[in-house]
Design a protein around this ligand. Structure first.
Ligand code: ADP
Ligand code: MG
Length: 576
């Protein structure tokens, strides 16, 4: 069905149609030189359809034809997604760069998945078997995973496998099975299927309560403000506080199978940086490139606003697809503020009634429905898969009292607020231990976390008070609490991302070290002199800091453990 453009403004066009157009349907705006520009219907008013164009609209004119499609903006799902760098519309950027120079030419779209590459298929069902949506028909090896080729997710009810391909090499477009329903209707199946990105993809026996800790290796997260598989969290922080570095650390060390990064950069340089850094990161699990189990969706603010808006949906759809294979996926969105700005721009062009700070009134519901796509599910055959979503927020001036941060805080399960004061003091990761919170239970007994949290708070109170009354005006008891809080912060909450050992700490080690620190912190030193107190805690700090750099259970680790035990036994008196 076709329509004609009646108005063009910015990245939007208004088209007049004669037939029925559906919300979120895809349309191609056809320029006089033949270029077909991808767009999406975002509002229908009688015979008028408002479309956002995912391209520069320069050259489009009133009267130009719009071809409306039946399908909605969709992602291609199949083997070959891992290791790819896509833009928000799933154009592979490396290939784009080769074909068109680094810039996207309007109207140039490249298949998300290679049509030529052969995959070694092993069938797992026989002809005659009864199958339903998302059941596995066979697998192909993709990197370190068995990529499941599944019954199309849009299939309804029971189908019989009429034919299944023999083991062998096939492209994604080769027919690998034919399904037949009760009426005898046939449906051919290939290794690739499409799914509308704005609709959640979840074919499951049931949704699980997310409660399995997702160990990231970052101590302040895992021990104090944990996240879980299938849960959600957000990292708000001012510019330069370490959001991107923190996401890179988690991408590398978090105990998940696949990482999907939605990079909506503040500046073009930032995304280029991500693209350059990731392939160089080594996967601690395989020793090979981290990219082999990563997918990057990237946008810069230079790309059209609608493509930026689409990118987080594309990213979460790819994550959901791999969840259907029983895998654990971590989706990192950096930064969701850029995405929200895209929503704001689109809303402004539609002349909708603006809400707070000119964001659309539906901002919160959009944020909520994005994070709701996280979750742990049990598949039909009992396997479990999860999508965990972590999003950064970059509020202007680092002020968390703004709509995107507030809208996100209402829906996420954990909040890792980065503080300018901590990043300025180079206390990395700059997660503020007084502001942050988590609703999840992690690897450390919550009662112990509470005890430690109380000491941090008391220590902070003393520090504030001391700034007024000075050290002399502070009691030795208060002074000791302050030193203990500082000690915990220095040797545990802070972590050196650039040290091979300290960069990531296993769950087992965190539990062990946390208990030792709690022993020190709850020790009654009986200090009578502030200098002695300070000296003693400095000694403890040196011991624990060196301990952080010693490999878990290695000789050096055990040696230092012996020294720590002696220190505790003597209440710090004999240690020198
Ligand atoms: P943001 O994304 O919040 O703007 P970045 O993640 O780009 O900030 O961090 C800015 C700079 O701060 C980095 O280039 C790095 O020098 C420093 N930094 C951030 N986090 C760490 C860390 N965990 N360890 C050491 N340096 C860090
Ligand atoms: Mg950043």
């Amino acid at each position: 069905m076709n329509g004609r453009i009646v108005a063009v403004f910015g990245n939007m066009v208004v088209a007049e149609t004669t037939g029925r157009v559906t919300q979120n349907a895809v349309g191609y705006c056809t320029r006089s030189d033949g270029a077909r520009l991808l767009s999406e219907v975002i509002r229908i008013r009688g015979r008028l359809a408002d479309l956002q164009v995912f391209e520069e609209t320069r050259g489009l004119r009133v009267g130009d034809v719009v071809e409306f499609q039946d399908q909605m903006l969709s992602a291609s799902l199949g083997p070959g997604l891992l290791g790819q760098v896509y833009d928000g519309l799933q154009n592979p950027l490396h290939q784009l760069a080769e074909q068109t120079g680094f810039f996207l030419k309007p109207g140039v779209y490249i298949d998300a998945l290679s049509a030529d590459r052969k995959w070694t298929f092993t069938p797992t069902v026989k002809a005659g078997a009864t199958v339903r949506a998302a059941d596995t028909l066979g697998t192909v090896p993709e990197g370190i995973f068995a990529h499941h080729i599944m019954v199309p997710f849009t299939t309804e009810g029971d189908w019989k496998v009429a034919r299944i391909a023999a083991a062998g090499d096939y492209t994604i477009h080769d027919e690998i099975a034919v399904l037949k329903d009760a009426s005898g209707a046939e449906r051919p199946v290939t290794m690739v299927q499409a799914w509308p990105v704005k609709r959640a993809l979840s074919v499951a026996k049931r949704r699980l309560m997310p409660d399995e800790p997702l160990v990231t290796g970052v101590r302040i997260i895992d021990s104090m403000f944990p996240i879980v598989r299938g849960g959600t969290y957000c990292i708000p922080g001012p510019f330069g506080a370490g959001k991107t570095v923190l996401q890179q650390i988690t991408a590398r060390y978090a105990e998940v199978d696949i990482v999907v990064v939605a990079a909506c950069g503040e500046r073009a340089g930032e995304v280029v940086e991500t693209l350059r850094t990731f392939p160089e990161l080594e996967d601690p699990r395989t020793g090979r490139s981290l990219m082999e189990r990563t997918i990057i969706i990237c946008n810069t603010s230079a790309m059209p606003v609608a493509a930026r808006e689409a990118s987080v949906y594309t990213a979460v759809t790819l994550a959901e697809y791999y969840r259907q294979m029983g895998l654990n996926i971590l989706l990192l969105a950096d930064s969701t503020s850029r995405w929200a700005q895209a929503l704001r721009e689109v809303s402004g062009r539609l002349e909708e009634i603006p809400g707070e700070e000119a964001f659309p009134a539906y901002l919160e519901s959009r944020i909520a429905s994005f994070y709701e796509r996280a979750g742990a599910i049990e598949l039909a055959d009992g396997r479990i898969g999860s999508v965990t979503i972590g999003g950064t927020v970059s509020p202007a001036g680092g002020n968390f009292e703004e709509p995107v941060t507030q809208g996100t805080l209402k829906v996420v399960g954990a909040f890792h607020g980065l503080s300018r004061a901590r990043s300025d003091a180079r206390r990395y990761p700059a997660i503020d231990p007084l502001d942050s919170w988590s609703k999840y239970v992690g690897i450390v007994d919550p009662a112990k976390v509470t005890r430690m949290g109380r000491i941090l708070r008391q220590g902070n109170d003393v520090k504030q008070m001391m700034a007024v009354v000075g050290e002399e005006g502070t009691s030795i008891e208060d002074f000791t609490v302050m030193l203990k809080a500082e000690f915990f912060d220095n040797v545990y909450l802070q972590q050196n991302a650039f040290d091979a050992v300290d960069a990531a700490t296993s769950a087992e080690r965190q539990q062990f070290v946390f208990d030792k620190i709690l022993e020190v912190v709850e020790l009654d030193f009986g200090f009578t002199d502030k200098d002695v107190a300070r000296q003693t805690l400095v000694t403890a700090q040196d011991l624990f800091r060196n301990w952080n750099y010693a490999a878990w259970q290695a000789g050096e680790f055990k040696k230092i453990l012996g020294q720590i035990e002696a220190f505790i036994a003597a209440k710090g008196r004999t240690a020198a």
